[in-house]
Design a protein around this ligand. Sequence first.
Ligand code: B12
Ligand code: SF4
Length: 476
Amino acid sequence: MKILLINPPCGELTIGLKNLTKIEPLNLELLGAVLKDRHQVRLVDMEVAPGDLKRMLKDFTPDIVGVTSEAVHVETAKQALRLCRMAAPRCLTLVGGHQATVWPEDFNDPIVDIIVCGEATQTIIEICDARQYGANIYKPINFKHINGIMIRDGDQFVATKYRPLPMTLDDQPMPDRSLTKKYRSEYYYLWEKNVAAVRSSVGCSFPCTFCSPRIYSKGGFIPRAPELLLEEIEGLEEEFIYLCDDHAFHDPERMHKLVDMLLSKNIKKRYFTYARVDSIAANKELFALWARAGLQLVMSGLESLDYETLKKTGKRVEPGRDIEALNILEELGIGMSAGFLVEDNFTAKDFQKIDDFVAKHPAIILTEYTPLTPLPGTVLHRKVQDKLITNERQFYDLQHFLLPTRTPAKKLYSLMRDAYGRVVVRVFFRAGLYKPKNWSWHYIKMFKGLIRNFFALGNAHKKIDHVVSSDHQLGE
Ligand code: B12
Ligand code: SF4
């Protein structure tokens, strides 16, 4: 059978990382890896090359099309499926991935045949088998034995039995990176070129109220064995590795084992990972080993400098742990990208406070500013969903204010824009700690992306107001 896997582009009005980073769609490479021996699999990365889908459909008529999803992809994912249906009217359409799992309601649309929830390397095999043996969407009964999916039945979806999450990721194959061969030179993470993504675990058990990954993993932590990770990392051509875990250091012992193996095999790579400040503070020696192995940058959500506000997020970080972590990172020569929540009553003074804090901590190379975003399915979303100003998912990018603000939104966006301007200047002064590799032509792309974000933030209040007022006119 012919199977087409699609990484959709972000919505046009989405801002943020879409303009600054492109990472391989590891999810589709994993699915491709389990299917490639029995089927013809193609992958289109529309995030990198939006026009590739139309080109592909000219000479590849798929039997099954699968699209992945984050919130910001809801509309573009459906649009991609519509294009496929026009070119291949009998194709079976699937949506899977993060958003399809945490908020499948977003895909209740006639263009979607099946919504796939959660980890899917086994589910996709079962769907393809069923389809091969004659199942189609007009006979929904034929897919009903497959757990962990929702099948369209008329104008609603019917969920099959729950498929429990796996206990480990050890049964998953190595991603088939040959599927993205054409795009690999286009992937970059900020100023890093030659980037590969590796997933060493999924999930996190902390109760942060705004966190979407913990909803996906149902508060569980699912690791992959260090031996398998070593094999994967060893086989990568790319030098810079984006560890795309939610909380890789959840189990320090596992990370210890992995770093010991990397060091003893003398594997020379550089790494980015997410890390909680308390796990850095509690595991200085482990981070020292990772620094030796090439860990260069960690992203940590510091969230708020005010302990009471931090407490409300459910993050469960004790006061002072941020400073301990920052001192350790500085000593080890690891940079931090520090995430701060922008509260709806922020003024210039609050941004100044963050700047003053950052000025005292040279390990902070980058600063990310995030309006508190009620991502669908989260505890926060449940609490405030009747106050949301829009359900338009393009804006669910952690850069838009989705709730009414006390400081006028126009002012907040311009404060964020100016704060990002200062981040850019700071990067030049602090790059010494991070030691970026050689200059590369993709810096031009990044520079353009920065400018795009800069203008987009300046206009964000107008764009969101425009969408909200058209929704009202439509009576939504
Ligand atoms: C790597 C990453 C990125 C990369 C892009 C990766 C890519 N190519 O898509 C970068 C850094 C560019 C990025 C950007 C953004 N990201 Co991001 N990102 C991640 C991260 C850390 C890992 C994703 C990943 O590769 N996982 C590994 C794969 C293997 O797992 P998976 O996708 O879940 O796939 C499995 C199943 O879900 C399923 N599956 C997946 N797709 C499909 C499709 C089909 C058809 C089927 C059947 C099954 C299936 O099969 C897979 C194997 O079992 C996640 C965190 C997370 N836990 O997901 C956040 C996350 C997905 N990102 C998020 C956000 C918000 C963003 C941004 C909007 C942030 C911003 N401020 O700009 C931007 C959007 C721009 C973009 N996508 O380009 C949120 C999304 C929340 C939501 N509800 O939508 C997450 C969950 C992080 C968070 N803290 O909330 N991101
Ligand atoms: S620590 Fe990070 S990954 Fe874990 S629940 Fe909180 S925000 Fe989510």
